[in-house]
Design a protein around this ligand. Structure first.
Ligand code: 5AD
Ligand code: SF4
Length: 354
Protein backbone atom coordinates (compact mmCIF):
# COMPACT_ATOMS: atom_id res chain seq x y z
CA UNK A 1 0.00 0.00 0.00
CA UNK A 2 1.17 3.58 -0.66
CA UNK A 3 0.11 6.95 0.68
CA UNK A 4 -1.63 7.68 -2.63
CA UNK A 5 -4.00 4.73 -2.06
CA UNK A 6 -4.95 5.87 1.44
CA UNK A 7 -8.62 6.63 1.98
CA UNK A 8 -9.95 7.89 5.27
CA UNK A 9 -13.14 5.82 5.39
CA UNK A 10 -13.62 2.65 7.44
CA UNK A 11 -12.26 0.35 4.77
CA UNK A 12 -9.28 2.55 3.95
CA UNK A 13 -8.36 3.16 7.58
CA UNK A 14 -8.60 -0.58 8.36
CA UNK A 15 -6.34 -1.40 5.42
CA UNK A 16 -3.77 1.20 6.55
CA UNK A 17 -3.86 -0.20 10.10
CA UNK A 18 -3.52 -3.81 8.93
CA UNK A 19 -0.68 -3.02 6.47
CA UNK A 20 2.68 -4.13 7.91
CA UNK A 21 4.91 -2.48 5.30
CA UNK A 22 7.52 -0.31 7.08
CA UNK A 23 7.88 1.98 4.04
CA UNK A 24 4.16 2.73 4.13
CA UNK A 25 4.32 3.37 7.87
CA UNK A 26 7.27 5.76 7.45
CA UNK A 27 5.56 7.78 4.71
CA UNK A 28 2.29 7.92 6.67
CA UNK A 29 4.02 9.20 9.81
CA UNK A 30 5.99 11.79 7.82
CA UNK A 31 2.86 13.05 6.10
CA UNK A 32 1.02 13.32 9.45
CA UNK A 33 3.92 15.32 10.91
CA UNK A 34 3.76 17.66 7.93
CA UNK A 35 -0.01 18.12 8.35
CA UNK A 36 0.45 18.75 12.08
CA UNK A 37 3.00 21.51 11.53
CA UNK A 38 0.88 23.07 8.78
CA UNK A 39 -2.33 22.97 10.85
CA UNK A 40 -1.48 23.37 14.55
CA UNK A 41 2.19 24.35 14.31
CA UNK A 42 5.46 22.75 15.44
CA UNK A 43 4.81 23.25 19.19
CA UNK A 44 4.39 20.48 21.71
CA UNK A 45 2.35 21.51 24.75
CA UNK A 46 3.09 20.16 28.19
CA UNK A 47 0.76 19.01 30.97
CA UNK A 48 2.33 17.99 34.27
CA UNK A 49 0.68 14.71 35.26
CA UNK A 50 -0.32 14.40 38.91
CA UNK A 51 -1.45 10.87 39.78
CA UNK A 52 -3.55 11.77 42.79
CA UNK A 53 -4.57 8.28 43.94
CA UNK A 54 -4.50 4.64 42.86
CA UNK A 55 -7.66 3.86 44.81
CA UNK A 56 -10.35 2.83 42.32
CA UNK A 57 -13.91 1.56 42.73
CA UNK A 58 -13.86 0.07 39.24
CA UNK A 59 -12.57 -3.30 38.16
CA UNK A 60 -11.50 -3.02 34.50
CA UNK A 61 -10.04 -6.38 33.47
CA UNK A 62 -6.81 -4.92 32.01
CA UNK A 63 -5.84 -2.43 34.69
CA UNK A 64 -3.07 -2.77 37.28
CA UNK A 65 -4.87 -0.63 39.88
CA UNK A 66 -8.32 -2.27 39.50
CA UNK A 67 -10.36 -2.68 42.65
CA UNK A 68 -9.64 -6.38 43.19
CA UNK A 69 -5.90 -6.29 42.60
CA UNK A 70 -3.77 -6.51 45.72
CA UNK A 71 -1.42 -3.55 45.76
CA UNK A 72 -0.46 -0.81 48.16
CA UNK A 73 -2.93 2.05 47.84
CA UNK A 74 -2.18 5.75 48.30
CA UNK A 75 -3.82 9.11 48.07
CA UNK A 76 -1.84 12.35 47.79
CA UNK A 77 -2.62 14.98 50.42
CA UNK A 78 -3.79 18.40 49.27
CA UNK A 79 -0.35 19.76 50.14
CA UNK A 80 1.34 17.11 48.00
CA UNK A 81 -0.89 17.87 45.01
CA UNK A 82 -0.18 21.58 45.33
CA UNK A 83 3.56 20.97 45.65
CA UNK A 84 3.45 18.90 42.44
CA UNK A 85 1.46 21.65 40.69
CA UNK A 86 4.02 24.24 41.81
CA UNK A 87 6.77 22.03 40.38
CA UNK A 88 4.89 21.99 37.07
CA UNK A 89 4.55 25.79 37.20
CA UNK A 90 8.24 26.22 37.99
CA UNK A 91 9.15 24.05 35.02
CA UNK A 92 6.78 26.20 32.91
CA UNK A 93 4.54 23.31 31.87
CA UNK A 94 1.51 25.59 31.45
CA UNK A 95 -1.04 23.02 32.62
CA UNK A 96 -1.52 20.11 34.96
CA UNK A 97 -3.58 16.94 34.65
CA UNK A 98 -5.08 15.58 37.84
CA UNK A 99 -5.62 11.87 37.20
CA UNK A 100 -6.68 9.06 39.48
CA UNK A 101 -8.82 6.00 40.00
CA UNK A 102 -12.56 6.50 39.89
CA UNK A 103 -14.23 7.55 43.13
CA UNK A 104 -17.59 9.20 43.58
CA UNK A 105 -17.71 9.72 47.35
CA UNK A 106 -18.47 13.21 48.64
CA UNK A 107 -15.17 13.54 50.52
CA UNK A 108 -13.17 12.95 47.34
CA UNK A 109 -15.38 15.23 45.24
CA UNK A 110 -15.02 18.06 47.75
CA UNK A 111 -11.26 17.60 47.89
CA UNK A 112 -10.99 17.91 44.11
CA UNK A 113 -13.11 21.07 44.09
CA UNK A 114 -10.86 22.68 46.71
CA UNK A 115 -7.74 21.59 44.85
CA UNK A 116 -8.92 23.04 41.54
CA UNK A 117 -9.41 26.43 43.19
CA UNK A 118 -6.05 26.23 44.95
CA UNK A 119 -4.18 25.23 41.78
CA UNK A 120 -5.77 28.14 39.90
CA UNK A 121 -4.49 30.46 42.65
CA UNK A 122 -0.84 29.37 42.24
CA UNK A 123 1.29 32.27 41.07
CA UNK A 124 3.03 31.02 37.92
CA UNK A 125 4.96 34.26 37.60
CA UNK A 126 3.44 34.78 34.18
CA UNK A 127 0.13 34.80 32.37
CA UNK A 128 -1.92 32.57 32.29
CA UNK A 129 -2.45 30.63 35.54
CA UNK A 130 -2.04 26.86 35.28
CA UNK A 131 -4.62 25.21 33.03
CA UNK A 132 -6.31 22.20 34.62
CA UNK A 133 -7.28 18.94 32.96
CA UNK A 134 -9.11 16.33 35.02
CA UNK A 135 -9.05 12.58 34.42
CA UNK A 136 -11.16 11.14 37.21
CA UNK A 137 -13.59 8.84 35.46
CA UNK A 138 -17.36 8.78 35.30
CA UNK A 139 -19.09 11.28 37.56
CA UNK A 140 -22.57 12.74 37.71
CA UNK A 141 -23.43 15.71 35.53
CA UNK A 142 -23.59 17.85 38.71
CA UNK A 143 -20.07 16.90 39.76
CA UNK A 144 -18.68 17.64 36.31
CA UNK A 145 -20.36 21.04 36.50
CA UNK A 146 -19.04 21.72 40.02
CA UNK A 147 -15.47 21.01 38.93
CA UNK A 148 -15.83 23.04 35.75
CA UNK A 149 -17.21 25.99 37.69
CA UNK A 150 -14.28 25.67 40.11
CA UNK A 151 -11.87 26.26 37.19
CA UNK A 152 -11.02 22.95 35.45
CA UNK A 153 -11.40 23.37 31.71
CA UNK A 154 -10.44 20.08 30.12
CA UNK A 155 -11.42 16.48 30.94
CA UNK A 156 -10.08 13.18 29.68
CA UNK A 157 -12.30 10.12 29.66
CA UNK A 158 -11.19 7.33 27.43
CA UNK A 159 -13.87 5.21 25.82
CA UNK A 160 -11.22 2.39 25.91
CA UNK A 161 -12.94 0.76 22.92
CA UNK A 162 -15.69 2.19 20.74
CA UNK A 163 -16.95 -1.32 19.97
CA UNK A 164 -19.58 -2.17 22.62
CA UNK A 165 -18.87 -5.92 22.26
CA UNK A 166 -15.13 -5.46 22.78
CA UNK A 167 -15.86 -3.04 25.64
CA UNK A 168 -17.91 -5.84 27.21
CA UNK A 169 -15.03 -8.31 26.90
CA UNK A 170 -12.49 -6.09 28.69
CA UNK A 171 -14.78 -4.93 31.48
CA UNK A 172 -16.71 -6.83 34.13
CA UNK A 173 -20.49 -6.88 34.23
CA UNK A 174 -21.84 -3.58 35.50
CA UNK A 175 -19.36 -1.39 33.62
CA UNK A 176 -21.65 0.12 31.03
CA UNK A 177 -20.60 1.31 27.57
CA UNK A 178 -23.76 3.41 27.29
CA UNK A 179 -23.07 5.08 30.63
CA UNK A 180 -19.58 5.97 29.44
CA UNK A 181 -20.79 7.53 26.21
CA UNK A 182 -23.36 9.51 28.23
CA UNK A 183 -20.56 10.76 30.51
CA UNK A 184 -18.69 12.04 27.44
CA UNK A 185 -21.81 13.90 26.29
CA UNK A 186 -22.29 15.33 29.81
CA UNK A 187 -18.69 16.57 29.79
CA UNK A 188 -19.11 18.32 26.47
CA UNK A 189 -22.36 19.89 27.59
CA UNK A 190 -20.78 21.08 30.85
CA UNK A 191 -18.35 23.17 28.79
CA UNK A 192 -15.17 21.10 29.01
CA UNK A 193 -12.71 20.61 26.21
CA UNK A 194 -13.32 16.90 26.26
CA UNK A 195 -10.79 14.25 25.34
CA UNK A 196 -11.26 10.56 24.78
CA UNK A 197 -9.25 7.66 23.41
CA UNK A 198 -8.86 3.92 23.29
CA UNK A 199 -6.20 1.34 23.91
CA UNK A 200 -4.43 0.01 20.83
CA UNK A 201 -3.39 -3.60 20.27
CA UNK A 202 -5.66 -5.26 22.83
CA UNK A 203 -6.75 -8.87 22.82
CA UNK A 204 -9.77 -9.44 20.55
CA UNK A 205 -9.24 -6.05 18.80
CA UNK A 206 -9.32 -6.03 14.98
CA UNK A 207 -8.07 -3.40 12.48
CA UNK A 208 -11.74 -2.55 11.86
CA UNK A 209 -12.23 -1.90 15.60
CA UNK A 210 -9.29 0.52 15.56
CA UNK A 211 -10.62 2.25 12.44
CA UNK A 212 -13.98 2.58 14.22
CA UNK A 213 -12.21 4.15 17.22
CA UNK A 214 -10.85 6.88 14.93
CA UNK A 215 -14.28 7.41 13.36
CA UNK A 216 -15.82 7.52 16.86
CA UNK A 217 -13.54 10.45 17.78
CA UNK A 218 -14.62 12.23 14.63
CA UNK A 219 -18.32 11.56 15.16
CA UNK A 220 -18.16 12.72 18.79
CA UNK A 221 -16.32 15.81 17.52
CA UNK A 222 -13.85 15.87 20.41
CA UNK A 223 -11.04 18.44 20.43
CA UNK A 224 -8.51 16.15 22.17
CA UNK A 225 -7.53 12.50 21.94
CA UNK A 226 -5.18 10.50 24.14
CA UNK A 227 -4.78 6.92 22.99
CA UNK A 228 -1.93 4.52 23.45
CA UNK A 229 -0.80 0.94 23.15
CA UNK A 230 -2.25 -1.67 25.44
CA UNK A 231 0.47 -3.01 27.72
CA UNK A 232 -0.25 -6.10 29.79
CA UNK A 233 -0.06 -6.09 33.58
CA UNK A 234 0.89 -9.55 34.91
CA UNK A 235 -1.82 -9.78 37.60
CA UNK A 236 -4.92 -8.78 35.66
CA UNK A 237 -7.70 -11.15 34.52
CA UNK A 238 -7.11 -10.12 30.90
CA UNK A 239 -3.44 -11.17 31.03
CA UNK A 240 -4.23 -14.31 33.03
CA UNK A 241 -6.86 -15.38 30.50
CA UNK A 242 -3.99 -15.97 28.07
CA UNK A 243 -5.82 -14.12 25.28
CA UNK A 244 -3.39 -13.28 22.47
CA UNK A 245 -2.46 -9.76 21.45
CA UNK A 246 0.16 -8.23 19.11
CA UNK A 247 3.87 -8.28 20.11
CA UNK A 248 5.64 -5.18 21.49
CA UNK A 249 7.04 -3.99 18.14
CA UNK A 250 3.69 -4.36 16.44
CA UNK A 251 1.83 -2.48 19.20
CA UNK A 252 4.36 0.35 18.96
CA UNK A 253 3.88 0.50 15.21
CA UNK A 254 0.08 0.42 15.61
CA UNK A 255 0.23 3.17 18.24
CA UNK A 256 2.25 5.46 15.98
CA UNK A 257 0.14 4.73 12.92
CA UNK A 258 -3.06 5.46 14.82
CA UNK A 259 -1.68 8.88 15.81
CA UNK A 260 -0.74 9.58 12.19
CA UNK A 261 -4.09 8.48 10.79
CA UNK A 262 -5.97 10.55 13.37
CA UNK A 263 -3.93 13.64 12.47
CA UNK A 264 -4.94 13.17 8.83
CA UNK A 265 -8.58 12.46 9.73
CA UNK A 266 -9.04 15.46 12.11
CA UNK A 267 -6.09 17.79 11.45
CA UNK A 268 -6.78 20.51 14.05
CA UNK A 269 -7.18 18.56 17.30
CA UNK A 270 -4.76 18.04 20.17
CA UNK A 271 -3.29 14.53 20.21
CA UNK A 272 -1.28 13.26 23.16
CA UNK A 273 1.82 11.15 22.76
CA UNK A 274 1.06 8.56 25.43
CA UNK A 275 3.39 7.30 28.13
CA UNK A 276 2.44 3.77 27.06
CA UNK A 277 4.50 4.32 23.88
CA UNK A 278 7.58 4.91 25.97
CA UNK A 279 7.57 1.49 27.63
CA UNK A 280 7.77 -0.05 24.16
CA UNK A 281 10.58 2.22 22.96
CA UNK A 282 12.81 4.60 24.94
CA UNK A 283 12.02 7.27 22.33
CA UNK A 284 8.39 6.26 22.00
CA UNK A 285 6.88 9.61 22.88
CA UNK A 286 9.27 11.54 20.68
CA UNK A 287 8.29 9.22 17.84
CA UNK A 288 4.65 10.00 18.66
CA UNK A 289 5.39 13.73 18.30
CA UNK A 290 7.09 13.06 14.97
CA UNK A 291 4.02 11.09 13.84
CA UNK A 292 1.48 13.87 14.42
CA UNK A 293 0.96 14.18 18.21
CA UNK A 294 1.36 17.62 19.84
CA UNK A 295 0.85 17.10 23.58
CA UNK A 296 2.97 15.35 26.18
CA UNK A 297 2.31 14.74 29.87
CA UNK A 298 5.53 14.67 31.92
CA UNK A 299 4.94 12.97 35.26
CA UNK A 300 5.27 15.22 38.33
CA UNK A 301 3.85 12.77 40.89
CA UNK A 302 6.17 12.38 43.90
CA UNK A 303 8.37 9.30 43.40
CA UNK A 304 7.09 7.18 46.29
CA UNK A 305 3.52 7.31 44.98
CA UNK A 306 4.37 7.31 41.28
CA UNK A 307 5.84 3.86 41.77
CA UNK A 308 2.47 2.65 43.04
CA UNK A 309 0.47 4.01 40.09
CA UNK A 310 1.24 0.83 38.28
CA UNK A 311 -1.30 0.63 35.46
CA UNK A 312 0.74 -1.78 33.32
CA UNK A 313 4.05 -3.57 32.92
CA UNK A 314 7.22 -1.48 33.08
CA UNK A 315 5.34 1.84 33.52
CA UNK A 316 7.07 2.59 36.80
CA UNK A 317 10.51 1.86 35.32
CA UNK A 318 10.29 5.05 33.29
CA UNK A 319 12.38 7.98 34.49
CA UNK A 320 10.31 10.26 36.70
CA UNK A 321 8.94 13.28 34.85
CA UNK A 322 10.68 11.84 31.84
CA UNK A 323 10.83 13.89 28.72
CA UNK A 324 11.65 12.11 25.53
CA UNK A 325 14.22 14.90 25.21
CA UNK A 326 15.93 17.21 27.63
CA UNK A 327 13.66 20.05 28.83
CA UNK A 328 16.54 22.48 28.55
CA UNK A 329 16.92 21.63 24.91
CA UNK A 330 14.76 24.08 23.02
CA UNK A 331 15.01 22.21 19.78
CA UNK A 332 14.22 18.53 20.34
CA UNK A 333 14.08 16.14 17.41
CA UNK A 334 16.62 18.15 15.49
CA UNK A 335 14.63 21.38 15.69
CA UNK A 336 11.46 19.83 14.27
CA UNK A 337 9.63 20.25 17.58
CA UNK A 338 9.30 23.46 19.59
CA UNK A 339 8.29 23.26 23.25
CA UNK A 340 5.36 25.54 24.11
CA UNK A 341 6.67 26.43 27.57
CA UNK A 342 4.21 28.19 29.87
CA UNK A 343 1.32 27.99 27.39
CA UNK A 344 -2.03 26.22 27.63
CA UNK A 345 -1.96 25.09 24.04
CA UNK A 346 -5.70 24.57 23.86
CA UNK A 347 -7.05 22.65 20.93
CA UNK A 348 -7.60 24.74 17.82
CA UNK A 349 -10.52 22.48 17.09
CA UNK A 350 -12.29 23.68 20.24
CA UNK A 351 -11.70 27.38 19.66
CA UNK A 352 -12.97 27.24 16.08
CA UNK A 353 -16.04 25.39 17.35
CA UNK A 354 -17.17 27.91 19.89
N1 5AD B 1 -2.37 -0.87 29.12
C1 5AD B 1 -2.46 0.38 28.61
N2 5AD B 1 -3.21 1.33 29.15
C2 5AD B 1 -3.91 1.02 30.26
N3 5AD B 1 -4.73 1.74 31.02
C3 5AD B 1 -5.17 0.99 32.04
N4 5AD B 1 -4.64 -0.24 31.96
C4 5AD B 1 -3.86 -0.25 30.85
C5 5AD B 1 -3.05 -1.22 30.23
N5 5AD B 1 -2.95 -2.46 30.73
C6 5AD B 1 -5.12 3.10 30.68
C7 5AD B 1 -6.60 3.16 30.38
C8 5AD B 1 -7.12 4.22 31.32
C9 5AD B 1 -5.88 4.92 31.80
C10 5AD B 1 -6.02 5.43 33.18
O1 5AD B 1 -4.87 3.95 31.74
O2 5AD B 1 -6.81 3.51 29.03
O3 5AD B 1 -8.00 5.12 30.69
FE1 SF4 C 1 -10.04 2.24 37.59
FE2 SF4 C 1 -9.40 3.52 35.32
FE3 SF4 C 1 -8.10 1.28 36.06
FE4 SF4 C 1 -10.63 1.11 35.22
S1 SF4 C 1 -8.84 1.79 33.99
S2 SF4 C 1 -9.78 0.08 37.03
S3 SF4 C 1 -11.51 3.00 36.04
S4 SF4 C 1 -8.09 3.27 37.12
Amino acid sequence: MTLKDLRLDREGLSAAIACEDPAFEASLREEAFRVKVATVGPEVYLRGLIEISNICTKNCLYCGIRRDIRCERYELSEQEVLAAARTAAKRRFGSVVIQGGERTDAVFIGKITRLIKAVKAIDTGEDPPLGITLSLGEQSREVYQEWFDAGAHRYLLRIESSNPDLYGKIHPAGHSYERRVQALIDLKESGYQTGTGAMIGMPFQTPEDMADDLLFYKALDVPMVGMGPYNPHPDTPLTRSGAAFPADGRRLSLGLKMIALLRLLIPDINIASATALEVLDPRGREKGLLSGANVIMPNVTPDAQRLKYNLYNRKTLLRPGAFPFSPSENAPAGGKIVIGFGRWGDSKHFSTDT
